[in-house]
Design a protein around this ligand. Structure first.
Ligand code: CP3
Length: 360
C-alpha cells in the first residue's frame, strides 16, 4: 500500500534511503516517518514477558535479547525506525561507577561524583566494554536491512553528568549545579571525559550499523539559557560534531527546552527533538529551517479517546505542513500502562494523513 505511490513520476534520487533517514536529512519523503521514544518498554506485553525472566541490565547485555526486544516492538507497531534497546546509563559502568535500577525508584548510582578526585578517578579507556550494544545493533541491522532506520543512542554529557553527580534522578539538580558553579575545572574535566567515552561508544554503534545516533539531553531543560551556553553547550556540540564526522546524522533531544532550542540547534545537530509543550511549528521556527525536527505529541495523549488522539496527531502534521524534515514522534517517552492499541492507532493516523493529502 504505502510503497505503491513510490514509482509514479518520482525521480530515482527520491528513492534512495528509507523515509526515516531521508527525513533526518530534510529530503522529500512519500509520507512522514514515525517512531516512538521508549517504543520498547513496559507498556508492551512482549517486553514484560522477557522482563519476567531477566533484569533490565541483563537484557541490555545480551545482544540476542536486546535485538529481540528492539525488533519485536518495531515490527508490532509498524514504525519506520528501530531504536536499539539499551539504557542511557550503561557508559557509567566502564567509567568506574556502579549503578542499579531499583524497582519504582529508577536508577541509583552507588558512589556519586562530588569532588575533583572523583572526577579524576573516572576511567575513559574502557568504552570498548560496551561492545554488547554494538553486537545487538548488528543483529537488528541484519534483520531489517534497509527497510527501517536503525537508531543508536547515548546520553548527552550534561544529562549523564547529572546522573553521576546526583546519584539518580533529581528535581532541582542542586549537586550538579553546585559542582558546575563552584568547580569549573572539575566540571569541564568531567564533561571532557564523557565526550571522550561517548564518542567511542557512538563509534562502536555506527560501525555496527546504526544509521542515525540520537543524543538524549533529557534533563537539559533544568538549565537556564545562560547556564546551558556557559556550562553544557560546548560539550554537546563537540559530541554532535564527532558523531557526524563518522558519517551519520544526529538527533539531539531534550525536554522542557522551549527557551533553549535556538542554542541547541547551534550544536549543528541534523534533527532537533521537540517536547510537546509548544506547538511544533513554533519549535521549528526557533530551531530554524536548516534543521529537521522530531516530535512532538504529549505521550499522555495516548490515554485519550481516539477522536482526541487523532485530532492531536493531525494538528502536529498540519503544523509541519509537509515541509521536508519532520519525523513524527512523541515529545517524551511512552509511559507504563499506555494502551498499545493507541500507539498503533497513531501510526495509522500518520499514514492516513499522507493518503488523504494525496487523494485530495
Ligand atoms: O525503546 C526504547 O526506547 C527502549 C530503550 C531505552 C531504555 N532507556 C530502556 C529502559 C532508552 C532509549 C532509554 C533511554 C533512557 N534511560 C533515558 C533517556 C530517555 C528519556 O526518557 O529521556 C533516560 C533518562 C534513562 C534512564 C532511565 N532508565 C530511567 C530514569 C529509568 C527508570 C524510569 C522508569 O520508567 O522506571 C530507566 C529504566 C528503563 N530503561 C526502562 C526501560 C524499558 C524501564 C525499566 C524496566 O524495564 O525495568
Amino acid at each position: 500500500m504505502e510503497t505503491s505511490n513510490l514509482g509514479a513520476g518520482i525521480p530515482g534520487s527520491l528513492l534512495e534511503g528509507n523515509r526515516f533517514i531521508r527525513a533526518c536529512l530534510r529530503k522529500p519523503v512519500d509520507r512522514t516517518p514515525v517512531w516512538f521514544l521508549r517504543q520498547a518498554g513496559r507498556y508492551m506485553q512482549e517486553y514484560r514477558d522477557v522482563r519476567k525472566h531477566h533484569t533490565l541490565i541483563e537484557i541490555c547485555k545480551k545482544p540476542e535479547l536486546a535485538a529481540e526486544v528492539t525488533i519485536t516492538a518495531a515490527e508490532k507497531l509498524g514504525v519506520d525506525a528501530a531504536i536499539i534497546f539499551a539504557d542511557l546509563l550503561l557508559p557509567l559502568e566502564p567509567m568506574g561507577l556502579d549503578f542499579e535500577f531499583q524497582a519504582g525508584e529508577g536508577p541509583v548510582v552507588h558512589h556519586p561524583v562530588r569532588t575533583a578526585e572523583d572526577v579524576i578517578a573516572l576511567r575513559t579507556d574502557r568504552a570498548g566494554e560496551l561492545v554488547y550494544v554494538a553486537q545487538a545493533i548488528e543483529k537488528v541491522a541484519a534483520h531489517f536491512k534497509d527497510r527501517l532506520g536503525i537508531i543508536g543512542f547515548c546520553g548527552a554529557p550534561y544529562t549523564l553528568a547529572s546522573y553521576m553527580i546526583e546519584g539518580g534522578g533529581s528535581r532541582n539538580y542542586v549537586e550538579t549545579k553546585k559542582l558546575m558553579y563552584t568547580n569549573p575545572i572539575g566540571w569541564s574535566a568531567l564533561l571532557n571525559k564523557l565526550v571522550s567515552v561517548l564518542t567511542e561508544y557512538c563509534r562502536l554503534q555506527v560501525q555496527a550499523g546504526a544509521d542515525v545516533i540520537q543524543i538524549f539531553d533529557s534533563w537539559v531543560g533544568s538549565l537556564s539559557l545562560s547556564d546551558y551556553r556557559d556550562f553544557a553547550f560546548d560539550a554537546s556540540r563537540r559530541l554532535v560534531r564527532a558523531v557526524q564526522a563518522m558519517g551519520v546524522p544526529v538527533i539531539y533531544f531534550g525536554v522542557e527546552t522551549a527557551g533553549l532550542l535556538a542554542q541547541m540547534a547551534e550544536t549543528g545537530a541534523d534533527v532537533i527533538g521537540l517536547d510537546w509543550r509548544q506547538p511544533l511549528d513554533e519549535g521549528w521556527r526557533a530551531v530554524g529551517q536548516g534543521h529537521a525536527v522530531q516530535g512532538n505529541l504529549d505521550p499522555i495523549t495516548l490515554f485519550a479517546p481516539p477522536e482526541i488522539l487523532e485530532q492531536r496527531v493531525r494538528e502536529i502534521l498540519r503544523a509541519a505542513n509537509g515541509r521536508p524534515g519532520h519525523i513524527f514522534n512523541l515529545g517524551h517517552g511512552i509511559v507504563p500502562g499506555t494502551p498499545v492499541e493507541n500507539v498503533e492507532a497513531v501510526v495509522k493516523f500518520v499514514r492516513q494523513f499522507r493518503l488523504e493529502q494525496t487523494h485530495a
